[in-house]
Design a protein around this ligand. Structure first.
Ligand code: PGA
Length: 252
């Protein structure tokens, strides 16, 4: 099964971001009402900055776009500065003309997480599915908060974070102390993500090299959730040289 994922290797993180933003911009220009799947974390920050620049300087309009974010910490309000709703507002939404009511981020304080997740899946279906979903990858191979062991057909649900994810997210970039990191999150499932027409996973830095190699060249296995994208017909990874360092097969 390994081998279906297309890998583009860029010289550095800035060119990963430019190339990813270019793919999003081309989609939005071809289909102004595109349905975007979005991600949070350090990796997509530069991509969002480039999309904001394209809006400001090159008239890229998000006025008809709708968006779905991968996940949200369980227990955090959207105005908490570590919530993913807050991240999206500050890194992208407030810099472009996307309509707030067209942006879907799971509610980490929903009264009923099951109903919240069901409503999110229903909303994706009601707009005709996601055209292009941006993804990051954890050092443990997770996509969204689908930690190792998640099933290929998992749906949006309340999940527990792996200890390695709690450690990665409390290294000072986001939370300063592991005790501050919520233990659970609402996360789009792997089955949910796989239904997007195109998938674009970004990875930068040496810390991602082994996860990228396992996802692209390892077995199709829940041990590395990103490997469960290998049989998707439209999955591309854009990685920098450091994140590509573990790949055996030569790439571009
Ligand atoms: P990062 O997170 O972009 O902050 O490295 C990616 C992920 O854990 O999915």
């Amino acid at each position: 099964m390994a081998g279906n994922i297309k890998v583009i290797v860029c010289p550095d993180a800035q060119s990963v971001a430019r190339s990813a933003a270019g793919i999003f911009a081309a989609l939005i220009r071809a289909k102004p009402s595109a349905v975007l799947g979005l991600a949070t974390g350090s990796t997509p920050e530069q991509t969002y900055a480039e999309l904001a620049r394209l809006h400001r300087e090159e008239k890229l309009s998000f006025a008809k776009v709708s968006s779905f974010n991968l996940d949200e910490y369980w227990g955090l309000d959207g105005d908490h500065d570590q919530s993913y709703r807050y991240f999206m507002n500050t890194n992208l939404f407030k810099h472009v003309d996307i309509r707030p009511w067209n942006t879907q981020v799971l509610n980490g304080r929903a009264a009923n997480p099951f109903l919240e997740c069901q409503a999110y899946e229903t909303k994706i279906l009601s707009v005709g599915g996601v055209d292009l979903w941006l993804l990051g990858i954890g050092g443990n191979g997770h996509i969204a908060f689908n930690e190792p062991g998640s099933s290929v057909d998992s749906r949006t649900r309340l999940v527990s974070l792996a200890p390695s994810t709690i450690a990665a997210n409390s290294d000072g970039r986001f939370f300063k102390d592991p005790a501050e990191v919520p233990r659970c999150a609402l996360s789009a499932g792997i089955g949910t993500i796989r239904e997007a027409r195109q998938l674009l996973l970004l990875a930068t830095g040496a810390k991602k090299a082994s996860a990228v190699a396992a996802a692209v060249e390892g077995p199709f296995s829940p041990d590395c959730p990103a490997s469960l994208l290998q049989d998707h017909p439209g999955c591309t990874f854009i990685v920098d040289k450091e994140a590509a360092a573990g790949l055996k097969a030569p790439r571009n």
